[in-house]
Design a protein around this ligand. Sequence first.
Ligand code: ACO
Length: 402
Amino acid sequence: AIDISKLRDQTGYITLDPGFKNTGAAKSAITFLDGEKGILRYRGYAIEELASKSTFVEVAYLLIYGELPTGNELETFRMTVRRHTLIHEDMKKFFDGFPSKSHPMGLLSALVGALSAFYPESLNAHATEEEEDLTVIQLLAKMPTIVSWIYKKSLGHPLIYPSNDLDYVTNFLNMIFGQRTEQTEIDPVMVSAMNTLLILHADHEQNCSTSTVRIVGSSQANLFASISAGISALWGPLHGGANQAVIEMLEKIKNDGGDCDKWIAKAKDKNDPFRLMGFGHRVYKNFDPRAKIIKKACDEVLEKLGINDPVLEIAKKLENAALNDPYFIERKLYPNVDFYSGIIYRALGFPTDMFTVLFALGRLPGWIAQWREMRTNKEPIGRPRQVYVGAPERNYVDLAKR
Ligand code: ACO
């Protein structure tokens, strides 16, 4: 194979690939994805199997350490994570400093970045494996606490501290939906749906946010700073922000009279910037395997929780129309994972602007695994080239003469 890194020195040429549509940036042993066949595997295990048989914590272990844990390994991992769920009390002051209506993704990125100030061991670029492991555990453990406190603060409700007798997902849901004085009974249907959603989002190879984590980490920036950057990348509506955008779009269509054909026509009109949110994917060109699993989970949750949501009808109409419309068929635009995740999050009782934060909670193990792999592989600092198309050399013109 040609060594692309030497191409410029040998020929004077560089590869120009805006959006990195065909550029591999790393060799990775974490996630296998075949966009044509709709296959997704973590460390060799099919996403369908993991979603139906595993838990989010076990999948986190698998992604980060490469193998499914034994019973003992899983128990030790769980116990270690539980020991670190509290965040420094001074971090609560951050929540007071932000306006209560701040978008939770802005807060999440700031708070995760701020962890490096409270846990400065993370700054050691040459940490031992054990020290690095501690930072990984700290982040996994503290993320649900941070996420739930962001939510509680946005409501003006008292914060709920972690209950370490609960498992990871139940503890998280308790901090979100519980009362301060008592532990709330969290419906197992909710726990199971949340586990599935988090597993489905746990990694997706070199997408925008993961590439961001790797490239920031390649400068030897610490884990918290790298993940904070990944959170910012995830925020955009073309990436993780799509789940929020989907529900907002469905509500808009509903309030506009529910005429799906009109909105599909808008999406097809090249003079209209509107896109059908939740449709299309850079790599899945036949179907998104996560969408299949989540669609099933979505139907189950709505049925079990007895929810009759009018936006769901709009969603079904859009899905049908788009799957039969030549515009979408020719361009291979299918509903992606985020088309359905928002509907479940809404059914579970989360407000729309929390959806992308939940995606971040799910993606965390993947980001961590990719950051670790980048370090283990001793990857060089990420530094793309460019093709300069600006002005040729010119003389400076004094201000008075311009
Ligand atoms: N609605 C209408 N048309 C679309 C859509 C859409 N959702 N997505 C793509 N197209 C059209 C484009 O206009 C383009 O048409 P053209 O060939 O006539 O110019 C063609 O399909 C190809 O689109 P690209 O933008 O080149 O595809 P790309 O791979 O760059 O983008 C993306 C993928 C960003 C996901 C895109 O499909 C999109 O914007 N979807 C909506 C947002 C969304 O759901 N994002 C979530 C992605 S999943 C995730 O991050 C977890």
